[in-house]
Design a protein around this ligand. Structure first.
Ligand code: GCO
Ligand code: MN
Ligand code: MN
Length: 390
């Protein structure tokens, strides 16, 4: 077997909405027929994926009766069982229906906020019934074009109210479920509240149950904002808050492109996989590896499965490249920690004595700054590993 072909052990997942994307965009109609969720389950399992994620309405169309819902869920569960697939994550569509045109949890209309909470409780029930352990919140419509419509602080407070309400709902039901908040700077709104993972991380610390809430960073979203995705993910990992991740590819300064993972900025993709896999010797991320991307509009259904296999293969190839890079003796020598047993203990845990000792140290800025760091060589080695010549 090709070592880069995915298997269930790799924990790769796709959304029903990702491989099911019909290619509709603001300028043109669908180019592919919709795929039945049960068909997607079968095809994804054949491609080597581990799981499939969904919005409530990807599976149960908006407005379905209770009996329709139950039949759809029954058939979907049978397909999951037959193909050995799981549903690690679920989420709510709080953006498609016109009722959400000015937001869901942040709307100025309490009826809209009530509807959003109710829809989310139902979505949580559905997700848990399918086995989901992570529930994602992406506030696609939570933003503005006409900013005078509300004080942005009100939007933050309303979002907190909703999160606290829903955390208590989950606790009362006794569900084994955590929340993951997904930031995006804009699109479909002119500006979306909580535009980056960093904004989300702080917001989480203000919640009633911060331990239940983490983040779901997406490559495209942080890149749209021109930020280093790897740094954002690292900060979330360091805080113990990387509960989920949306992998795709994106160029800075564009609309949300949702390209095949690794198809743009291979260098950032390499650094991301290196971080997630902990090939540097750090603790790896062990959650689902979700691809929130879709096939080019040029593709038919066969192209969709090429796209899905491509996302997973590229991840595995980058993982192998990262392992080789971090095992390279020259690389290890270049990034070896410099230890100084006399100085190190003085740098953490303030005491008057340590402050005095720091002041007394003989540190010569001129001689310290003379040393070249050899990052040119290090970066070139990374490029050579990435290009497969080392
Ligand atoms: C987007 C978002 C969505 C969310 C999804 C799950 O830009 O459209 O990335 O795909 O991830 O709604 O919450
Ligand atoms: Mn996105
Ligand atoms: Mn996403």
């Amino acid at each position: 077997m090709d070592p880069f072909d995915p298997t269930a052990k790799d924990r790769f997942t796709f959304g029903l909405w990702t491989v099911g994307n019909t290619g509709r965009d603001p300028f043109g109609e669908a180019v592919r027929a919709p795929l039945a969720p049960t068909h997607i389950v079968r095809k994804l399992s054949e491609c080597g994926a581990w799981g499939v994620n969904l919005h409530d309405n990807d599976l149960v169309p908006f407005g379905s009766s209770a009996s329709e819902r139950d039949r759809i869920v029954r058939e979907f569960k049978a397909a999951l069982q037959e193909h050995g697939m799981c549903v690690p994550m679920a989420t709510t569509n709080l953006f498609s229906h016109p009722i959400f045109k000015d937001g869901a949890f942040t709307s100025n209309d309490p009826k809209v906020r009530a509807f959003a909470l109710r829809k989310t409780m139902d979505g949580i029930d559905l997700g848990v019934e399918l086995g989901a352990r992570v529930y994602v919140f992406w506030g696609g419509r939570e933003g503005t074009e006409a900013d005078a419509c509300r004080d942005p602080r009100t939007a933050v407070a309303r979002t907190r109210e909703a999160m606290d309400f829903l955390c208590d709902y989950v606790r009362e039901q006794g569900y084994d479920l955590v929340f993951a908040l997904e930031a995006k700077p804009n699109e479909p709104r002119g500006d979306i509240y909580f535009p980056t993972t960093g904004h989300m991380l702080h917001f989480i610390s203000t919640l009633a149950h911060p331990e239940m809430v983490g983040v779901n960073p997406e490559v495209a979203h942080e890149t749209m904002a021109g930020l280093s995705f790897t740094h954002g993910v690292a900060q979330a990992m360091e805080a113990g808050k990387l509960f989920h991740i949306d992998l795709n590819a994106q160029r800075i300064g564009r609309y949300d492109q949702d390209f095949r993972f690794g198809s743009e900025d291979v260098r950032q993709a390499f650094l991301l996989v290196r971080l997630l896999e902990g090939t540097l010797g750090t603790a790896p991320y062990t959650g689902p590896l979700h691809f929130d991307a879709h096939a080019y509009r040029s593709e038919d259904e066969a192209g969709v499965w090429d796209f899905a296999r491509g996302c997973m293969r590229t991840y595995k190839i980058l993982k192998a490249r990262a392992q080789a890079f971090d095992a390279d003796p020259e690389v290890r020598a270049l990034i070896a920690e410099q230890n100084d047993a006399a100085i190190e203990p003085l740098l953490s845990g303030y005491t008057k004595d340590k402050a005095a000792k720091l002041r007394a140290l003989a540190l010569d800025p001129a001689s310290i700054s003379k040393r070249g760091l050899r990052y040119e060589r290090l970066d070139q080695l990374m490029i050579e590993h990435l290009l497969g010549v080392r």
